[in-house]
Design a protein around this ligand. Structure first.
Ligand code: GRF
Length: 367
């Protein structure tokens, strides 16, 4: 008998007799099967393999509530039955309302009674044991499937997701490095969230790219200077980063020098990408300077930002050869490609280091 909906105890009993006439054996098991998990599926397959057909006695909604409290079941008895009947191992489902399966067992008289490994024959309810003995059912205890339960699934779902470290990007121009970071987040190469993009240039493409990705995009007026970032702007950027809950600041083509209060507020948590192998060729024209110097190779550097110009500790570098017929454009495009790989990876490394528990510094005094 393979049915699409639950059967009555009477139907189940008739089916048991048919199987019996054919020399086949009916396995019976019971449970709530609220949120079906791999433990259930494995258990039901093993139960089915004990005989020739499996009937599952499913606790009614009222009976689950009595057993597990008012928050359960999560799924109605109809839905739970439908899901069970979708399993290859389950041939029939019968819904029961009692606290025990005694009456059902007496009505159906299965050949085999299967129970999960958290029971032993001794801990079966005496009334259940009595009816099993009376009807001559074979009792089989199946190995417990450890670590899987509806209760653990529900508590995992109720716990808040881990907080992702939040990145704030500062950029003045194109924003291809911003795009590389965002892509790395999308592809889960970088475990972080993009919190805000800030630019000193209202027309910068980086702001447009951020808006297209629904990331807050902020223009901060740098003040009347061509290259300097005024004090008011330093303060506003700092406040914007803090308001966005930023943990790590990434300068990706930001063409002005950061000062206080940002340097202190984000000490050790500001990185910059620079298109040369620092300490060679710091400053604004690194690619042209490398070409003019005739070096055989250059590259890009991710470093921590300090008060100097491209002077902070180096975190990661990538080498790029200078080819004989390179122009500034051809060299720049190869350096950019290297940056797009280097920067997200360096950010991921740094975030992991920042998240790692600090090893306690050794004290010289012995206590
Ligand atoms: C990059 O070459 C970076 O090294 C330098 O500015 C450029 C920014 O490019 N600091 P983009 O705006 O990320 O496309």
């Amino acid at each position: 008998m393979s049915t699409a909906s639950p059967v009555t105890p009477e139907d189940a009993a008739r089916w048991r007799d048919e199987l019996d006439r054919d020399g086949r054996r009916l396995v019976f098991t019971s449970g709530c099967f609220d949120i079906l998990h791999a433990g259930h599926v494995r258990y039901l397959r093993q139960a089915r393999d004990l005989g020739d057909a499996l009937i599952v006695a499913l606790n009614s909604d009222d009976s689950v509530r009595r057993l597990k409290g008012p928050a359960r079941p999560v799924n109605s008895q109809e839905d739970r039955a439908e899901v069970l009947l979708g399993l290859a191992a389950v041939d029939a489902v019968v819904i029961f309302d009692d606290d025990r399966t005694v009456a059902l067992l007496r009505a159906i008289r299965p050949h085999i009674f299967a129970k999960g490994g958290d029971y032993t024959e001794e801990t079966l309810h005496p009334a259940e044991l009595a009816v099993l003995r009376e009807t001559g059912a074979e009792i089989r205890i199946l190995p417990e499937v450890r670590g899987r339960s509806t209760t653990t699934i529900l508590s995992r779902m109720a716990s808040p997701p881990p907080r992702l470290p939040r990145i704030g990007v500062l950029g003045s121009g194109n924003g291809s490095n911003f795009e590389a970071i965002a892509a790395a987040i999308d592809e889960q190469r970088l475990t972080a969230a993009m919190a805000v993009v800030i630019s000193d240039n209202a027309d910068a493409r980086i702001l447009e790219r951020a808006r297209r990705r629904n990331i807050p995009a902020v223009h901060v007026d740098p003040g009347p200077w061509r290259t300097r970032l005024g004090d008011a702007a330093q303060q506003e950027i700092c406040r914007r980063l803090q308001d966005a809950g930023v943990d790590l600041v990434v300068c990706a083509g930001f063409m002005r020098i950061l000062k206080e209060p940002i340097l202190s507020a984000f000490a050790g948590r500001i990185v910059n990408i620079h298109p040369s192998l620092l300490p060679a060729f710091p400053g604004r024209s690194a690619i042209a300077d490398a070409l003019a110097a005739g070096v055989p190779e250059t590259g890009c550097t991710v470093h921590l930002v300090d008060a100097g110009i491209d002077t902070g500790p180096v975190l990661a570098q990538s080498r790029v050869p200078v080819l004989p017929d390179d122009t500034e454009e051809s060299l720049a495009s190869r350096i950019h490609a290297a940056e797009h790989a280097l920067l997200p990876a360096a950010i991921q490394d740094l975030l992991q280091r920042l998240a790692a528990p600090q090893t306690p510094s050794r004290s010289s005094s012995q206590g």
